[in-house]
Design a protein around this ligand. Structure first.
Ligand SMILES: [Zn+2]
Length: 106
């Protein structure tokens, strides 16, 4: 029985840690002071939030970064966050291409 759940234990611990501490709960809106939601609909995210993360206050519509500082309306993602995104994508693309090459090699 222990053989079944033992390989899943690290994943369970990671997701428990993520749920308890990694979701940055309790951040307050810089405009109205309301508590910002830790989960947000992907349909309401701005392009800046896709690169850098952040919050959108459901009460007043204020956009805030991960540290709950106000972001000017219409601000785009910074060059640094775009470069980080490209670097992370390259980091996972290279092993994926190697694995696909090994998979389809005859
Ligand atoms: Zn607000």
């Amino acid at each position: 029985m222990t053989e079944l759940w033992l390989p899943l234990l690290p994943f369970g611990l990671f997701f428990a840690w993520l749920f308890l501490f990694g979701m940055r709960r309790g951040q307050k809106c810089p405009d109205c002071g309301d508590v910002l939601p830790s989960i947000q609909s992907p349909f309401k995210k701005t392009s800046r939030q896709w690169f850098e993360g952040g919050y959108l206050c459901p009460k007043c519509g204020c956009e805030a970064d991960l540290a709950a500082r106000k972001v000017p309306e219409g601000a785009g993602p910074s060059v640094t966050s775009i470069l980080h995104g490209i670097a992370l994508l390259a980091l996972v693309t290279i092993p994926a291409l190697i694995l696909l090459t090994l998979l389809f090699r005859q």
